[in-house]
Design a protein. Structure first.
Length: 278
């Protein structure tokens, strides 16, 4: 996907009424593209047009974590859970059941753009990249999911990265389609607990509905892999930590299968991105 630097200079011969009409007819995503001079991936536009980015009217955080947190920001909005979730669960939007993942609404995006592309790119080593945020992790620290455009490779589709507060960047996928597969494997069924949102209600029905609504944005091969995995029985694993403790989790995957699947269906680019924050 090329980075398109749009010409914002108004011609004296262009009627003001036409400019107003053109702006009015733009979608919120197109307005953001025009403001910052880039283009979202076509697949992201499809997700928006299909309503896959709509988490409901009462949406602060859709990520569900029913543990005994006292911080209200960590728990789902009760009103959303009672009024909006019953309508969404029949047609789950993007990553509805992925814990700690918050889709950013168009009105929230401006703040994220300002932070990322003013503070991070003021350092020479970062100016080759342009970051277009689209989601945040629902944690105390600043962590944001972005499309990463390499200005030196303008025809290259943006990769999907995860930027941490200290400037460390994880390259998660080389395109949005593979990122969807990545999330539906790694963040949904590779490691989960009985308090994960995917377990809220009927676990297998939640998986079935999620695959149904996400399938149009995957390759058929990726979808078939998920279809088989989502029918498996839940297994419990306990791993020993280097600190001496143990970590117990639930999974639908066989031992070593996560790495094999992601290497095949989500091959990562052989590059690193180093950022420095203020």
């Amino acid at each position: 996907m090329a980075i398109s630097v749009l010409n914002t200079e108004n011609s004296n011969r262009t009627p003001s009424s036409f400019i107003a009409q053109k702006t009015t007819n733009m979608s919120p995503l197109q307005e953001i593209e025009q403001t910052y001079g880039f283009q979202y991936p076509k697949l992201y536009h499809r997700l928006y047009e299909d309503g896959m980015l709509n988490m409901g009217a009462k949406y602060p955080y859709h990520s569900y974590c029913p543990m005994e947190y006292k911080n209200g920001d960590r728990l789902p909005n009760k009103e959303w859970l009672e009024q909006e979730y019953p309508k969404l669960k029949e047609n789950p939007p993007l990553f509805l059941y992925v814990d700690w993942f918050q889709v950013l609404t168009p009105s929230q995006l401006a703040k994220e753009f300002e932070f990322l592309n003013q503070h991070l790119t003021q350092y020479p080593q970062n100016q080759k990249f342009f970051f277009a945020p689209f989601a945040r992790a629902v944690v105390d620290d600043y962590m944001v999911y972005c499309f990463c455009y390499n200005k030196e490779k303008p025809t290259q589709e943006p990769s999907v990265v995860f930027i941490r507060e200290d400037g460390e960047v994880d390259i998660l996928s080389n395109n949005l389609q593979n990122f969807i597969f990545y999330q539906l494997i790694k963040r949904l069924v590779a490691h989960f607990h009985d308090i994960s949102f995917i377990c809220y209600g009927d676990f297998y029905e939640n998986l079935r509905q999620t695959l149904r609504t996400h399938r149009p944005y995957l390759t058929e091969e990726q979808a078939k892999v998920l279809e088989e995995i989502y029918k498996r029985e839940i297994k419990e694993y306990t791993k020993k930590l280097t600190s001496g403790g143990c970590y117990t989790f639930l999974t639908l995957l066989h031992e070593g299968e996560e790495e094999t699947l992601l290497n095949k269906y989500n091959p990562l680019p052989k590059e690193t991105i180093l950022l420095k924050t203020l």
